[in-house]
Structures are given as structure tokens and as C-alpha cells.
Write a protein that binds this ligand. Structure first.
Ligand SMILES: [Zn+2]
Length: 312
């Protein structure tokens, strides 16, 4: 498929100044307040072409933001993929080999396979494990409104609802269905673990300035929620909408096609044709909403997510 290239309002910038960090792990920066309080991790670039996280992480570091209580850790995750950015193919730097947001199970982390992403996940494992609360910053290939993604634990919902921006929530009652993301690593993936909140914020389209602005705002609100920084002046927040993940479809063949053009948030009636793949019709299991439809289908990667709208 030859899709039009999106406008690139945001471009990668040189992160070499942030390589050394201060934790012994490249691109990981930690600031302890010296006062009791939660340890909050702000994680950027889990996907190498999702530049908003880079914008938020560099904002925190350049503004010299320091926690009043607890500890703040700022990490740039998949810098290797980020550095592979090619302006002619801006979507390709999402990952080099593995999706860094699907390998956070013990099987992958302790297994025998190797790739730049697996090496980085193994290196970042203590960073993710040690955090009480995790904000993992992402963006979407299509230009849709920002939304949270998180396992359907009360501890996550409570934080996301209290922050209230993004106003849309995609909750996952039984995980992602296509691997283990950063926010479900270890105790953060367990219902009764006593862990803190671990949320993904999808902040808008990868290459838009507004997406970077959203990522900075969400990050500041997340830190303020836990008392690490003073709260921002908050504008009126819109009403919130919640969706529950029903199904994650992983593309099987290059012939995968949607039944109609989609960018995300379109609704499908029960039994309506969503897509075709490998000679099969993929129909909506009930009245549902499509999220994160793939821009270009790649076998083995997610094609779309189907979700059910929940009562407010
Ligand atoms: Zn992502």
C-alpha cells in the first residue's frame, strides 16, 4: 500500500547528551527527593517512532524538574529504534526486531532469544520493577484523540479517572492478548499484588506537535497526582468515556484489508464485517468500537483492537 506520508511536525533530536544518565543504565535518569514518597517512572520511546515521550522526557530533564517527595525516574527505552529514524519511512522506526512493548513476560525476558529490544528490556527490567507507579508514553499512527490504556485494576482506573486527561480510557480486563507490555510487567500485571498504577497514555498522532504537548501535560499531571510536583492549573476537563477491550486481532497475511477506511473510534454493529485476512471474514462479535487500526498490515503485528463502550 502506498499511503500518503503524514506531516512531520515533530522530528527526532539528538539524545546523546542523555545517554550516560546517572543510574548505570544508559538513558535512565533518577532523582531522589530525600523525602518519603512514591517512586514514579516516566518511560519514553518504548516504540522508537513515538516521539511525544521523547518530548516529555527531555522536558523534565531540561526544565530540571525534581520531585518534592519520593523519587522520579525518567527513561528513554528504545533509543536504538529511535535512532534508526528515516524521514522517508517514519513509521519503520517503531522497533528494530521485537516490539519492546510485548516482551515483558518472564518467558521472553529469561528466554534464549536475542534482539536489540530483548537486550534493552533485560537492561531496563530493574527500572520497571522498582517503580511504584509507571507512566508509559505512546502515540498512535492515526490522528485520533488521546486515550489511556491499562489493565482493568481499580488502582489504575482510580488514577486515570482522577487525572481525567486523556478523557478516553481503554481498559483491558484480561490483558492485551498479544504479549506482555511494560505496564503489565511483574507485580504491575497482577491483580492482587499491591503494586501501584501502571498506565499507557496514547497522546495522539506520532508526528504532531499537539501530541508532544499532550504528553508533557499528562506527565506533569501524573507526577502531580502522586505529589512529586505541584499541580498545574487545570482547565475544565471534558466528560470521560470508557471502553473495554474485547479482542486483539493479530494480522496473519499481507492480504489483510479493512472492510472500510478506519482511523480508530469507528463503530461496527454486531456481525458487521470489520476486515478480511487469510480468506476469512472478521466480523464484529457485538456492537463495538475499533481502536488502533493498523496503518499498514504486517503479519504478526496487531491489526486492530475491538472494544465495548462502557457506561460512564
Ligand atoms: Zn506505542
Amino acid at each position: 500500500m502506498n499511503l500518503p506520508a503524514p506531516a512531520l511536525e515533530l522530528l527526532p533530536r539528538d539524545l546523546s547528551a542523555y545517554r550516560a544518565g546517572n543510574t548505570g543504565i544508559p538513558y535512565v535518569h533518577r532523582f531522589a527527593s530525600g523525602h518519603p514518597g512514591p517512586h514514579v517512572l516516566v518511560n519514553a520511546l518504548t516504540h522508537g517512532n513515538e516521539l511525544c515521550g521523547m518530548a516529555a522526557a527531555t522536558y523534565l530533564l531540561e526544565q530540571g524538574i525534581r520531585p518534592r517527595i519520593g523519587t522520579l525516574t525518567v527513561s528513554f527505552a528504545n533509543v536504538a529504534a529511535y535512532e534508526s529514524f528515516d524521514i522517508e519511512r517514519p513509521f519503520d522506526s517503531r522497533q528494530l526486531v521485537h516490539n519492546l512493548n510485548r516482551v515483558w513476560s518472564r518467558e521472553w525476558l529469561e528466554g534464549g532469544e536475542d534482539s536489540p529490544e530483548l537486550r534493552r528490556a533485560r537492561e531496563l527490567r530493574p527500572v520497571v520493577s522498582e517503580a511504584d507507579h509507571i507512566l508509559d508514553l505512546h502515540s498512535t499512527s492515526q490522528d485520533v484523540e488521546p486515550f489511556w490504556v491499562y489493565p482493568a485494576f481499580e488502582r489504575n482506573a482510580q488514577v486515570a479517572l482522577a487525572i481525567g486527561m486523556p478523557a478516553v480510557h481503554l481498559v483491558m480486563p484480561s490483558g492485551l492478548g498479544s504479549g506482555t507490555p511494560v505496564i503489565q510487567h511483574g507485580r504491575h500485571g497482577e491483580a492482587a499484588s499491591g503494586a501501584g498504577a501502571a498506565l499507557v497514555a496514547e497522546c495522539g498522532q506520532h508526528f504532531r506537535q499537539a501530541t508532544a504537548d499532550t504528553a508533557v501535560a499528562v506527565t506533569l499531571d501524573f507526577l502531580a497526582h502522586f505529589g512529586l510536583i505541584a499541580p498545574r492549573q487545570r482547565e475544565q476537563r471534558p466528560p470521560q468515556r470508557r471502553y473495554e477491550l474485547l479482542q486483539t486481532y493479530v494480522v496473519r497475511t499481507p492480504g489483510f484489508r479493512f472492510a472500510r477506511p478506519v482511523i480508530g473510534f469507528e463503530t461496527f454493529a454486531r456481525d458487521e464485517l470489520v476486515a478480511t485476512d487469510a480468506g476469512e471474514e472478521l466480523r464484529a462479535p457485538e456492537d463495538c468500537t475499533i481502536l488502533m487500526p493498523t496503518r499498514e498490515p504486517i503479519p504478526g503485528r496487531e491489526g486492530f483492537y475491538l472494544a465495548r463502550r462502557l457506561a460512564a
